[in-house]
Design a protein around this ligand. Structure first.
Ligand code: MEV
Length: 418
């Protein structure tokens, strides 16, 4: 019987693709045994650039921060924001002391009061079931911390399990404990709907605060504009979404580098941003009373870990954590929220000054150069040539590259008349 697609080897899957021979060879060249075990239907590795934020000061400690991103301006902007914040001593962070992740058992057609009574009467069994399901997390000092019952519209009820997952982000730990709890709730089995971790993470919230001297920003005008722009993020969903996207440019880049779940942190963040019913920016900037400083604050949930999940399986995640100095979860969260604040500051500063396009286009020129086939040693000269161009698109880049090559071949032609 013919093998199913998922039963094929990576090379066999590639051979079934309708792509050129060169593409097949390139795909096969970028395989790794490690990654081939991580996902279904693996064919090859997908490379993204890893860059560094050189000096981020968080709670008086300096960090070199690895960032993985495809967006050309992100690393430069993060460095710019971190440098400005660093001039005033860097970012300080505050966070809840004990962090828990919530898992839900969902029931339909059941009275929440009945479930609440049941939880009170069976609390010991519930604790025992959690311990049996995941004894290793108890050995590491974590485990089930609290069980609460929430009544939802339409006779729906959620039993929420707050679980301390220690250094792990903990999706697997939570889901394993929830599975273990199902048998305890057997009397409600016919009304049970699902057991799943919740990515809403109000118990993992962290705040970063930082300041910038108005003089370092270039004066009162720009500082006032940044504060005015920040206010839009508090009242306008269109602006708030873009501002939060910018914040996650940095946070997601470090999350990805460290092998954490980028979707979990952004889902948690956007839900938090809409927590009071109106979606708003996660940050706020304002002038100090004496007008000499711009004060910034960013608050968001960060469900990340330093062990577990893909972190242990991805050598590049281990490398990223090593670059960061192998932080524990609390310090990693501090770095992430500080990167978000730095990234946000750089974006607001650019928007309030020369505008975002100038800087973006300078960085975009490199991507364009690669896109039209410039070799690594041609990228620099081509980007310089594109800086002079009135328009920046692939046709212009192609033409400039051809001109550059013509010029080069004339210059290197030994028979060229001098
Ligand atoms: C671009 O990736 C991010 C920004 O749009 C963020 C913002 O507008 O605050 C520059």
């Amino acid at each position: 019987m013919a093998k199913k697609f998922y039963q094929l080897s990576p090379d066999e899957r590639i051979d079934r693709l309708t792509v050129s021979k060169d593409t097949k060879t390139a795909l096969k060249r970028h395989q790794s045994r490690q990654n081939s075990q991580l996902i279904e239907n693996y064919i090859s590795d997908y490379n993204l650039p890893l860059g560094l934020l050189g000096n981020l000061i968080v709670d008086s400690q300096g960090y070199t921060v690895p960032m993985v991103t495809e967006e050309p301006s992100v690393v430069a902007a993060a460095n710019n924001g971190a440098r400005l914040l660093g001039l005033q001593g860097g970012v300080t962070t505050t966070s809840q002391e004990s962090l828990t992740t919530v898992g839900q058992l969902l029931f339909a057609g059941v009275n929440a009061d009945d479930l609440a009574d049941f939880v009170v009467q069976h609390r010991d069994e519930i604790d025992d079931a959690a311990r049996r399901a995941k004894s290793s997390i108890y050995r590491r000092g974590g485990g089930l911390v609290d069980v609460t019952v929430r009544s939802l519209p339409g006779q729906r009820t959620s039993v929420d399990f707050a679980i301390d997952t220690q250094a792990a982000m903990g999706a697997n730990i939570v889901n394993t404990i929830l599975e273990g709890e199902r048998s305890v709730f057997d009397p409600f089995a016919d009304r049970f709907v699902a057991a799943i971790l919740s990515n809403y993470s109000p118990h993992q919230v962290i705040t970063a605060q930082g300041k910038v001297a108005v003089a370092d920003l270039g004066g009162q005008d720009i500082a006032r504009k940044i504060a005015a722009l920040s206010d839009f993020g508090g009242v306008d969903i269109y602006r708030a979404t873009t501002e939060n996207k910018g914040i996650y440019n940095g946070i997601a880049a470090v999350t990805l580098a460290t092998g954490n779940d980028t979707r979990a942190i952004s889902a948690a963040g956007h839900a938090w941003a809409a927590g009071d019913g109106q979606y708003h920016s996660l940050s706020h900037w304002q002038l100090s009373e004496d007008g000499t400083q711009l004060l910034g604050e960013l608050t968001l949930p960060l469900p990340v870990g330093t062990v577990g999940g893909a972190i242990g399986a991805l050598p590049s995640a281990q490398t990223a954590l090593e670059i960061l100095g192998n932080p524990d979860g609390r310090h990693l969260r501090g770095v992430l929220v500080a990167v978000g604040l730095a990234q946000n500051l750089a974006a607001l500063k650019a928007l309030s000054g020369e505008g975002i396009q100038a800087g973006h286009m300078r960085m975009q020129a490199r991507a364009l150069a690669l896109q039209v086939g410039a070799q690594p040693d041609e990228v620099g000269p081509l980007v310089a040539a594109l800086a002079e161009a009135e328009q920046l698109d692939s046709a212009v880049a192609q033409q400039k590259l051809e001109e550059l090559r013509q010029h080069e071949s004339q210059n290197s032609n030994p028979f060229r008349p001098s």
